[in-house]
Design a protein around this ligand. Sequence first.
Ligand code: ADP
Length: 398
Amino acid sequence: MNILVINCGSSSLKFQLIDAHSEQLIAKGLCERIGIEGSQITYAPAGGKKLETVTPMKDHTDAIRLVLDALTGKESGVVKNLDEIGAVGHRIVHGGESFAASTVITDEVIEAIESCNDLAPLHNPANLIGIEACRKLMPETPMVAVFDTAFHQTMPEEAYLYGIPYEYYEKYKVRRYGFHGTSHSYVSRQAAGLLGKDYEDLKLIVCHLGNGASVSAVKNGKCVDTSMGLTPLEGLIMGTRSGDLDPAIIEFLCKKEEKSVGEILGELNKKSGVLGLSGGFSSDFRDLEAEFHKDSEFAVRTMKAFAYRVAKYIGAYTAAMNGVDAVCFTAGLGENSGFIREKICAYLGYLGITLDPEANGVRGQELDITTPESRTRVLVIPTNEELAIARETYALVK
Ligand code: ADP
């Protein structure tokens, strides 16, 4: 069965068509600037030529219509007709406390997702638009919602509650939810496979280090803690997000800079993290790594602060699980930068970790990067959120 995976943002839409049996990618692409002048669709059949077409898309229904046309087109199409798309898997950012697992989309599910809109005002409404557009164009095709938050719903109360009046949790569900759940779930399962051990019998720490970054603690196959919170702003220092800070800083800066809470929050989301710490130099770790090697002061302080924060979380989660069998690195930076993995692991001597420098230099494959003597394993596991969504979707509709 072919599964269409849709990841819908407010003005963009990423898609992949995946064969659920062979788990091979059939085609993928991206619609950009939806509803804005200069809309463009990029479409790439696996092994074929990438096509970029500038064409108007007034809304997401137009975008999905173009995606379906591309997939079924005469020349570069990969399926004969829409009947060859067995199901659609939608990435949904926030499932609140309503969803601890993926679910087949019904009217009730759409209502429940809508009720989480307050918790992710930028993302959930866009995700819902994607669902509605697919329903219009493929009314008979089953659809599944796969939530970024679901994997983390197994966290115990002591991990998800904040130290604020309990009534705020009761009234508004203010608590830790966590994100990147599809990636943390996929990577931790792959790690068990790579280690040749039972998933239910392992203590794993997953470091998803991309533009957005988060760490999770996975004990006996269940997430027991994660670094992102009510929103993706908490936790690690990220590309442009601050991560953890003293909440009093917000009022302090509002007064000093004569800015509103909204303005400061905008800065914490878009102008902070490594971009902010490097004095506005770049949010891309590749740029900073290059400057680090030139001993640029701004790059040294930024990379040190980034690595230190990750190491601090690894320490906290080792304590939370009373040990750790393997630390896993994934996403753009975690998968590709041996430099940053080494910087982080330099703090982990107490876990008896010894990296194998040669293995740490390899890219693009699942690998144990420690020496045989290392007491704790360190793994690189390329994440594949689309495949994880296709697997979840197939499991529910087959
Ligand atoms: P997201 O999905 O959150 O946008 P990704 O997982 O694609 O992010 O990660 C993107 C980030 O990964 C880039 O901003 C870049 O800093 C980092 N990255 C990618 N390749 C490398 C590399 N070879 N070395 C260091 N950093 C890299």
